[in-house]
Ligand binder design. Structure first.
Ligand code: ADP
Ligand code: ZN
Length: 531
C-alpha cells in the first residue's frame, strides 16, 4: 500500500502522520529529525511553542532502542507520559516521586527494550555512579535528548548543577546521538551549552526567535491592580492568561483582587500544597478563560495553546526569563499580549537583591548584567522586538506590533531634573552625612514640609522646593530612569540613594540625560504602589 511505501521510504514522515496525526513538519523539524536519525548530534534553539518535542520523539520512535529524555520538569513527567501513551507511544519515567513498584516496572520495560521513550530527572544520574546510570548501561539506547539544555549554562538564568554530569554521556556512549534543546539562549549561553555538553560535533539549529503575534508592551507602574483590571476588562475579557508576580504574597493578593472583581483567577506558587498546585495547574490547562496568578515557578513546559496574555506585575530578572515567560502567550499563533508594569521600586528591589545575594563577585556581576539588559529593554525608545531579537543575536526591522512602534514615545531632555535630584543626594551626603530613600529626596525637591522633612531640617537645604516643575510621579520616573542607567544607585537595608561614577558626569554637566516621556496618570493619593 501507499502507507507501506511511505514507511519504507520515509519512516519519519510516516511516524509524524500515523502517531502524531500531523500533516507536515514545521520549520526545521525535518532537518533536525534527519540529523538525529542518522546518528548525528544536534543543538536546537527554538522558541517556546516552536515544536521541540517532536525533534527527539520521532527519532526515538524510528531508531532501534529507547530514547532517553533528560528533563528537569518532574511535575510534568506524568502528564507528558500520559499524553504519549494516549497516542500509543510506549513511554515511561523515572523520578523521585515514584514508588518502588512502579519504578521496577519501568526499569524492566526499559531493559526489555519495550519502551520508546524514557524520561529521567537529571539528579537521578548522580554523576555517573548512580543506580540509574548503571541501569542505562544495561539497556539499548536510541538517543539522549537533553531538554531545557540552558540549565547546564552557568551564564544563563536557570543553572542546575545536576546538568553538569551530562557531559559524561558522550564519553560513556560515544555512538549514541545526543540532541540538546532549549528555548532560551543568547550567543553566550549557546556557546556554553555546546562546550559543557561536549557538542562540538553537533549541528546547530537556530530557529527564529521572533513571535510576531505577541504584542510587547511595558508601562510605568502606577497602581498595578487597577492597571491590571483595566487591561483585562478592556482587552482580554474572558481570555485565559498568566499574571506573574515576584512574591508569594503578591500572588495571593492579586488572585484575590481579580476574583473579587469577577475575573476567575487561581494562585500558583511554591508555598502552596503540592495537591493545590497540581489542581490549579490542571484547571488552567483544561478550563477556558482562567487567569493563573503565579510566581515564575509556574509555566516551564506548560503547553496551553490559547494563552492570550502574559502579564508581569514585577520586573523579571533577565531578558531570557522575560522572553521565556512571555513566550507562553499565543502558541496557537493568534494575537496575544505581553504586558508588563514596572516602576522605581522594582529597580530598587532588584538591585538590593543582587547586593545581598549569595555567591561571589562574578556571580553578582552576572546578575547585574542581566538586570541592566532588562532595564535597557524597559527604557528603550526603539522597537521592543528589535531590542529583544538583537539580544538573542538576531537582526530585525521595526515590528509595528509593540507599544513603542504603535505609540512612539517622546523623549525629553531630563538633564536639569537629573542634576537637581543628584544634587539633593549629594547635599544630604556631603552637608549632613545622611542617606535617604527616593521618597525623601522627592519630598525635598517638591518642597513638602512632611514630618520627616521638618524633623531633619531638610527644608533648610538649598535644594528644598527647587523641583516643583515636575509632579511626584514624574520625579519617580526620573529616579527610575537614573537607576536604570546606573546614574544613581541604591544601597543597604533601607535602599538609600547614593551616587555612582556616572552621577559625577551629570552633575558636572558633561553628560545629557534623555528620558522617556510618560503618560500623565490621573492624580492619586495612595502613592504607595511604587510607581
Ligand atoms: P516546545 O517544546 O518547543 O515549546 P512543543 O513541542 O510543545 O513546543 O510543540 C508546541 C505545539 O505545537 C504542540 O501542541 C505540538 O503538538 C504542536 N506541533 C509541533 N510540531 C507540529 C507539527 N509539525 N505540526 C502541527 N503541530 C505541531
Ligand atoms: Zn516594534
Amino acid at each position: 500500500s501507499a502507507l507501506n511505501d511511505l514507511s519504507v521510504a520515509d519512516p519519519a514522515l510516516e511516524v509524524l502522520h500515523r502517531v502524531f496525526g500531523y500533516d507536515a513538519f514545521r520549520g526545521s523539524q525535518r532537518e533536525i529529525v534527519d540529523q538525529v536519525i542518522g546518528g548525528g548530534d544536534a543543538l536546537v534553539l527554538m522558541p517556546t511553542g516552536g515544536g521541540k518535542s517532536l525533534c527527539y520523539q520521532i527519532p526515538a520512535l524510528v531508531r532501534p532502542g529507547v530514547g532517553v529524555v533528560i528533563s528537569p520538569l518532574i511535575a510534568l513527567m506524568q502528564d507528558q507520559v500520559d499524553a504519549l501513551q494516549a497516542l500509543g507511544v510506549r513511554a515511561g519515567f523515572l523520578n523521585s516521586s515514584q514508588d518502588l513498584e512502579t519504578r521496577r516496572q519501568v526499569e524492566k520495560a526499559f531493559l526489555a527494550d519495550e519502551l520508546d521513550l524514557l524520561y529521567l530527572a537529571p539528579e537521578a544520574l548522580g554523576g555517573g555512579t548512580s543506580a540509574t546510570w548503571r541501569l542505562l548501561e544495561r539497556g539499548n539506547i536510541a538517543l539522549f535528548a537533553i531538554d531545557e539544555a540552558h540549565c547546564v549554562a552557568q551564564w544563563g538564568h536557570d543553572f542546575r548543577p545536576d546538568y553538569l554530569a551530562l557531559s559524561m554521556l558522550h564519553e560513556r556512549w560515544p555512538d549514541v546521538p545526543r540532541i540538546a534543546l532549549t528555548a532560551t539562549a543568547t550567543s553566550r549561553t549557546h556557546e556554553e551549552i555546546a562546550q559543557r555538553l561536549n557538542l562540538q560535533q553537533a549541528r546547530h539549529f537556530v530557529a527564529s526567535f521572533d513571535r510576531p503575534n505577541i504584542q510587547y508592551r511595558i508601562v510605568p507602574k502606577n497602581s498595578p491592580s487597577k492597571q491590571l483590571l483595566d487591561l483585562l476588562r478592556t482587552e482580554h475579557n474572558g481570555d485565559a492568561g498568566i499574571v506573574y508576580c515576584l512574591s508569594r504574597a503578591s500572588v495571593e493578593k492579586t488572585a484575590e483582587t481579580l476574583s473579587a472583581a469577577g475575573i476567575p483567577a487561581l494562585p500558583y506558587h511554591a508555598g502552596l500544597d503540592q495537591r493545590v498546585r497540581a489542581a490549579n495547574q490542571s484547571r488552567f490547562l483544561r478550563e477556558d478563560g482562567l487567569v493563573m496568578v503565579a510566581t515564575i515557578a509556574f509555566g516551564m513546559g506548560i503547553d496551553k495553546p490559547d494563552v492570550r496574555f502574559v502579564v508581569h506585575l514585577d520586573l523579571p530578572k533577565s531578558i531570557e526569563g522575560y522572553y521565556q515567560e512571555t513566550g507562553r502567550a499565543g502558541r496557537d499563533g493568534q494575537p496575544s499580549t505581553a504586558w508588563m508594569a514596572y516602576g522605581m521600586a522594582d529597580v530598587v528591589q532588584q538591585r538590593r537583591m543582587i547586593d545581598s545575594s549569595e555567591g561571589d563577585l562574578a556571580h553578582r556581576r552576572k546578575l547585574s548584567t542581566h538586570l541592566d539588559a532588562m532595564l535597557a529593554l524597559c527604557e528603550t525608545v526603539d522597537c521592543r522586538r528589535i531590542r529583544l531579537l538583537n539580544y538573542f543575536g538576531q537582526e530585525a526591522e521595526p515590528c509595528g506590533n509593540c507599544d513603542t512602534c504603535l505609540n512612539p514615545p517622546q523623549t525629553w531632555d531630563g538633564t536639569v531634573p537629573a542634576q537637581k535630584l543628584l544634587s539633593t543626594v549629594y547635599r544630604l551626603q556631603s552637608e549632613r552625612n545622611q542617606k535617604f530613600g527616593a521618597g525623601q529626596s522627592i519630598d525635598i525637591l517638591l518642597g513638602k514640609k512632611t514630618e520627616k522633612v521638618t524633623k531633619f531640617r531638610h527644608d533648610q537645604l538649598s535644594v528644598f522646593g527647587i523641583g516643583t516643575e515636575l509632579s511626584e510621579s514624574q520625579w519617580r520616573g526620573v529616579v527610575r530612569q537614573l537607576l536604570a542607567n546606573n546614574l544613581l544607585a541604591v544601597e543597604g537595608e533601607y535602599s538609600t540613594l547614593t551616587l555612582t561614577d556616572g552621577s559625577a558626569a551629570v552633575l558636572r554637566r558633561e553628560r545629557e540625560v534623555m528620558m522617556r516621556r510618560e503618560p500623565e496618570k490621573p492624580a492619586r493619593s495612595s502613592g504607595s504602589s511604587g510607581g
